[in-house]
Design a protein around this ligand. Structure first.
Ligand code: MLT
Length: 304
């Protein structure tokens, strides 16, 4: 009998990949053979000695002490790309929310008294106050052209936007194959001055921590929008709020709540929803469940 400890809610479709006559699955157990996790921070926990493998039902592995696990001989599996469509759709939603001022418009409309004789005047005032702008012809800067970044780039092209991509890890030729019609920047700074929207699809590592800091915010195109569906820490939130206050940024869409962001009227803040669709949760869970089974039962490493 193999024992699987779950640290977050994992899609039932993934759990169903483990035949119950050979697997025990629980959110509370001692001596697990493997752990299934989403965003739970495993860096602060004592990982039991019996654990042979960890399956991350998602792309990022920042929450797992990967170096320590590899020293211990624990295999770590993830599912990069399995939630790319979900993230892409939320990036598009974020661009539209920002471009059409939906964040302020929604709050404004909720304050209206529909029984008031002044309703028409207030609706008219709202139409004037929340005039937006359209996406065709606007420039999207995409930092990180992996599975998610390429999907985001293609969606933006389909919406009539120009796309400039930056990824230090892939050659221009490969990037071109992945996503034609995308112009490639040689440096982050080259992209900053041109982008109306800036989105990141990179992990949080030393090179990306505070990648968008006060200095780089100064170099961004006036009125730009930042979207962070990657990881908290890539954007210096304090500096971004200053840029919003000074009118240099139009809006900031962040998937990572913090008191400062939640208090700012031009920040759209979400509870890490990028990968939270039924489809993405199922895809990720099924992929890592199959990887874990293959490893536990046959010793084969099959990372997607
Ligand atoms: C990811 O890295 O893919 C996401 O953080 C997934 C999740 O929300 O669990």
């Amino acid at each position: 009998m193999y024992k699987i400890l779950t640290l977050n809610n994992i899609s039932v479709k993934g759990l169903d990949c483990f035949p119950r006559d050979h697997y025990e699955i629980s959110s509370e157990m001692s001596h697990p053979d493997a752990i299934l996790v989403r965003s739970h921070n495993m860096r602060d926990m004592k990982i039991p000695d019996e654990v042979k493998a960890i399956g991350r039902a998602g792309a990022g592995v920042n929450n797992i002490p990967v170096e320590e696990m590899s020293e211990r001989g624990v295999a770590v599996f993830n599912a990069p790309g399995a939630n790319a469509n979900a993230v892409k759709e939320l990036v598009v939603a974020g661009m539209l929310i920002a471009a059409r001022n939906l964040f302020g418009a929604y709050d404004y409309t909720r304050t209206l008294d529909t029984a008031s004789p002044d309703l028409e005047r207030h609706v008219e005032a709202g139409k004037k106050k929340f005039v937006g702008f359209e996406l065709p012809g606007r420039v999207l800067g995409v930092i990180g052209l992996g599975a998610i970044g390429v999907q985001v780039a293609n969606a933006a092209r389909a919406l009539g936007m120009h796309v400039i991509g930056y990824d230090p890890k892939i050659t221009v030729h490969r990037a071109w194959q992945l996503s034609s019609d995308v112009q490639h920047a040689a440096t982050v700074d080259e992209l900053l001055s041109k982008a109306d929207f800036l989105t990141f699809h990179v992990p949080l590592v030393e090179a990306t921590r505070s990648m968008i800091n006060a200095d780089r915010l100064q170099r961004m195109k006036p009125g730009a929008v930042i979207l962070n569906f990657a990881r908290a820490g890539i954007v210096d939130d304090e500096a971004a709020c200053v840029a919003l206050d000074e009118g240099r940024l139009h809006a900031y869409v962040s998937d990572f709540p913090s008191p400062q962001l939640m208090a700012h009227p031009r920040v759209v803040v979400l509870p890490h929803l990028g990968a939270s669709t039924r489809e993405a949760e199922e895809n990720c869970a099924v992929i890592v469940a199959e990887e874990l089974r293959e490893y536990l039962e046959n010793g084969n490493v099959r990372n997607s």
